[in-house]
Design a protein around this ligand. Structure first.
Ligand code: ZN
Length: 321
């Protein structure tokens, strides 16, 4: 009988899987550590909308600094704009952040790179204009450059935003929803009047490598019929097949990198905008035909509902560097 009571370690571990896990206290939970880079470095290229030649310089930052854009006006003056959803001042075609009369346009692909690399503290010096270079239209070159500059881990941890109850924003039949979940997941649907972009959808559990290599390499896309209109309005001045996947009425002008490249890019844009919350997210994000305006409204609503922040429309700059 004694022998029958001896339970092997393997059986114990199997049994343990079926026991309810006690909730972890804050201390036991493993959060991401804050991160910056070890060295300064830069990327250069044209801005998608302005066509300006831009240089973006990455500088390491102390823990707790956050992501801060830095525009040098003269030798003594400088404008600092925290990468915070409450500082978004425009969302037409790209996400623009601003403070004190200064602004930086098209920040979303760069913000995506910082989110997937877990970089929380960084100074971003912008030279040559007011737009982040579009590079190849994805987050790939930002990710590669930041990896070359080497990630430095700080000691402090960054607590994720827990989605504690459903949060939703919509604009007609376009919507974004966040639901409680144990980890970060994204489900997304797009539906454009184009034979290659009809009713495409995907559900993804967060897998860092996939989000870095595949979603991170998905380029901006546009329709040939829109290009001339945008140019007449002074927009998309730097847009070309070097930085965008361009759709003709029946197909594409250039070759897609992935079958679902444009769906992937919508996910990249959404996560890039949600990176302006400054913390990882634990929850399931579901989107259908979102865009920058909806993304930003969604980010603000998450702040209100899940962190209890009251005034999400404006806050004064308190950062000192
Ligand atoms: Zn984009």
């Amino acid at each position: 009988m004694v022998a029958a009571l001896q339970i092997s370690d393997k059986v114990v571990s199997i049994m343990l899987q079926f026991l309810p896990h006690p909730p972890k206290t804050k201390r036991q939970q493993k959060f991401q550590v804050r991160k910056t880079i070890k060295h300064s470095g830069f990327v250069e290229g044209i801005g998608l909308h302005s066509g300006e030649n831009m240089r973006l310089i990455f500088h390491p930052a102390e823990e707790g600094t956050g992501i801060v854009f830095w525009k040098r006006n003269s030798v003594s003056e400088r404008s600092l704009i925290p990468a915070d959803v409450r500082h978004v001042i425009d969302t037409s075609l790209a996400t623009t952040i601003g403070a004190d009369g200064e602004y930086i346009q098209t920040i979303e692909h760069l913000m995506y790179a910082l989110f997937v690399l877990g970089i929380t503290d960084l100074l971003l010096e912008v030279q040559g204009g007011h737009e982040i270079p579009i590079l190849d239209g994805s987050a790939r070159d930002f990710i590669a450059t930041l990896n070359e500059l080497e990630i430095h881990e700080h000691r402090e941890e960054v607590e994720p935003i827990l989605i504690t109850k459903p949060v939703m924003v919509n604009d007609g039949n376009r919507y974004l929803v966040a639901l409680p979940a144990d980890s970060f997941k994204v489900s997304y649907t797009i539906d454009y009047p184009h034979p290659l972009l009809k009713d495409l959808s995907i559900q993804l559990d967060y897998d860092r490598d996939f989000f870095i290599q595949e979603i991170g390499s998905a380029r901006t896309f546009g329709f040939l019929r829109d290009v001339e209109l945008l140019r007449q309005r002074g927009l998309a001045q730097g847009g070309s097949i070097d930085n965008a996947l361009v759709y003709t009425p029946e197909g594409t002008l250039n070759t897609p990198r992935f079958e679902l490249e444009s769906l992937y890019h919508k996910i990249l844009d959404l996560i890039g905008d949600l990176a302006l919350l400054g913390r990882p997210i634990r929850g399931h994000i579901l989107g259908s035909r979102g865009g920058h305006a909806l993304d930003v409204a969604f980010g603000k609503k998450i702040l209100k509902v899940c962190t209890g922040m009251v005034d999400v429309d404006y806050y004064p700059i308190t950062i000192a560097l």
